[in-house]
Design a protein around this ligand. Structure first.
Ligand SMILES: C[S@@+](CC[C@H](N)C(=O)[O-])C[C@H]1O[C@@H](n2cnc3c(N)ncnc32)[C@H](O)[C@@H]1O
Length: 543
């Protein structure tokens, strides 16, 4: 049995239907890949393929060939290939960045020679980073290739590894690794991980472990034992693992975390979301980005307990799950700023206008930073646009959810080497959208939400964008939702644009209830004064 994208278990046949567009390659043990098919030198020769047990099959993804039992014992989700490809791409760039500081150059198969600029040189240096920088030696630069143990390389933990597919892929596809620990508390899974490590010839790099993931991470939270990379890919929520994860990751290390409990995070059960993540989710069109900001809030909050803080590299909402890649640093001074990076959301239940309220305030007297409680709220009890009530959600992470320079590096690497991953095209598509997102503007509106509030036709996205641009505001799309508009325009301007649009796409007023948000919003004329010099132009664009 395999599980499908709705997290229901699905039999092999239905799973194959999912993959009809790209037929899946099966291999028998006899046709298992030779070491020539995998890339890079090996420290140990591939063991001869073990015979398949009755009912077992071999599944190939990326460079890995994974033995799978037919029984419903160890799980594989083929829909997550994108997740695993993206993770290999992100860890590779992370390794490239980190290892250059340790005098190691990583070599990625299929890649032409590249000039490497260390991102961390631009960032504030933490104690750990200084240690790393001090550790830079004059020794000649080493090179690290895939499948080869690198003594100065990354220590990786996959806490919830199932068959070990993801870890085997790391071992075969990511250069610059010192070790990969693939852990699962199921004894059957752990046994399968060991077999898969041997089957793929990576048992010199990859160790199976059979423990509760939290216990393992707590055991490894000592400064010298921490992991450079921790990957957590649970069923549903990762919440119970976060406290251990923020402690077990090295200073400057990388956490890669999946959440598939989207119903909870997207507002279906705000109280459950609060109990898991310390943040109330609300039902809103921006729910996918809100979910990303909820997990980031939770990570930063838990890290802060240990004088640590997060720096998000990439946060994506894909299919039925979200995935965040964040670095964790140690620094008491920066942690003081944590409250001012979080915000409550005031969301109007009538028209969906939203405002953010930061939890804390940071000011400077020129010499020192001062931290205080924020003042607010930013809205009155009733919405200024439609007169209805405000709902309160959050707190959410209100700072950038991606590091655009880092994302650009991953994007260039994938687009310059497109045969590296089965889902390269999709990675390129998603990351291109990500690089264009307004990074300082949390959340978004959608044009269908705006038009359904006003009961009018939906304006074309391009025209709506142009109208806001001409009104002097910044606008972008969002990878998290088609039809989304991220903008620094306040709700008053957005509703003015909708009023202009409605003029050429009139709504039958007699059909509107006088208490409806549509009636209230359309009862006001669009402002065409000095404060909105773009409105006349907006009318032209939209007419
Ligand atoms: C969604 S699967 C992991 C899929 C895998 N990361 C991949 O990409 O193929 C989740 C796995 O977590 C394991 N698991 C659940 N709770 C755990 C815990 N507390 N400690 C260790 N493993 C756990 C389950 O046995 C299951 O195999």
């Amino acid at each position: 049995m395999f599980w499908g994208n709705n997290r229901t278990l699905c039999p092999l046949n239905s799973w194959l239907d999912l993959k009809k567009k790209k037929p899946f390659k099966y291999r028998t043990a006899a046709s298992a890949p030779s070491s020539a098919e995998t890339t890079g030198p090996r420290a140990s020769e591939k063991s001869p393929p073990e015979g398949l047990l009755p009912g077992e099959t071999v599944v190939k993804e990326g460079k890995a060939s994974i033995l799978f039992p037919s029984a419903n014992e160890v799980f594989y989700n083929p829909v997550q290939e994108f997740n695993r490809d993206l993770t290999c791409a992100v860890i590779t760039e992370f390794a490239r960045d980190l290892l250059v500081q340790r005098g190691v150059k990583v070599v990625v198969p299929g890649e032409k020679e590249r000039v490497v600029v260390s991102l961390s040189e631009e960032a504030e240096q933490t104690d750990g980073q200084k240690d790393q920088a001090d550790g830079q030696t004059d020794e000649p630069a080493l090179t690290a290739t895939v499948g080869e143990k690198c003594e100065r390389g990354l220590r990786v933990l996959e806490g919830l590894a199932a068959s070990g597919l993801r870890s085997v892929r790391f071992a075969l596809e990511v250069p610059g690794l010192q070790s990969v620990t693939a852990n699962d508390f199921s004894t059957k899974a752990a046994a399968l991980i060991s077999r898969n490590a041997r089957y793929n010839g990576v048992d010199h790099l990859l160790q199976a472990s059979c423990q509760d993931a939290s216990m393992l991470m707590y055991e490894k939270r000592g400064k010298k034992e921490r992991y450079d990379v921790i990957d957590l890919d649970p069923y549903g929520s990762p919440a119970t693992f976060l406290d251990a994860a923020v402690q077990a990751v090295a200073d400057g290390g990388l956490l890669c975390i999946t959440c598939t409990d989207m119903a909870v995070m997207a507002g279906n059960s705000g109280e459950t979301c609060y109990s898991k993540y310390g943040s109330v989710s609300i039902k809103a069109k921006y729910c996918h980005e809100m979910a990303l900001r909820i997990i980031l809030h939770s990570l930063d909050q838990r890290a802060a307990v240990y004088q640590r803080y997060i720096h998000p590299l990439l946060s994506v909402s894909v299919d039925f799950y979200i995935r965040v890649f964040v670095r964790v640093f140690t620094g008491q001074a920066t942690v003081k700023n944590s409250a001012s990076k979080q915000a409550l959301i005031y969301n109007c239940v009538g028209c969906g206008s939203f405002h953010l309220q930061r939890m804390g305030r940071r000011t400077s007297n020129g010499k020192n930073m001062k931290y205080s409680a924020a003042t607010g709220p930013p809205v009155g009890p009733d919405c200024g646009h439609c007169g209805q009530r405000h709902q309160m959600g959050g707190p959410i992470w209100a700072e950038p959810i991606h590091d655009s320079a880092f994302v650009q590096k991953v994007l260039s690497a994938v687009s310059g080497n497109p045969t590296r991953f089965g889902t390269s095209k999709r990675i390129e598509g998603v990351l291109s959208m990500v690089t264009e997102e307004l990074e300082d503007v949390p959340l978004y509106y959608t044009v269908d939400q705006l038009s359904s509030t006003v009961h009018c036709n939906t304006p074309p996205l391009l025209q709506f964008r142009s109208a806001l641009l001409h009104a002097g505001h910044r606008v972008s799309l969002s990878h998290a939702c088609k039809n989304a508009i991220k903008t620094d325009a306040p709700p008053a301007v957005i509703w003015d644009v909708m009023r202009c649009w409605e003029k050429s796409n009139p709504v039958k007023r007699e059909k509107l209830s006088q208490t409806s948000p549509a009636f209230k919003i359309l009862s006001t004329e669009p402002r065409s004064d000095q404060s909105h010099p773009g409105v006349a132009l907006t009318e032209n664009i939209l007419s």
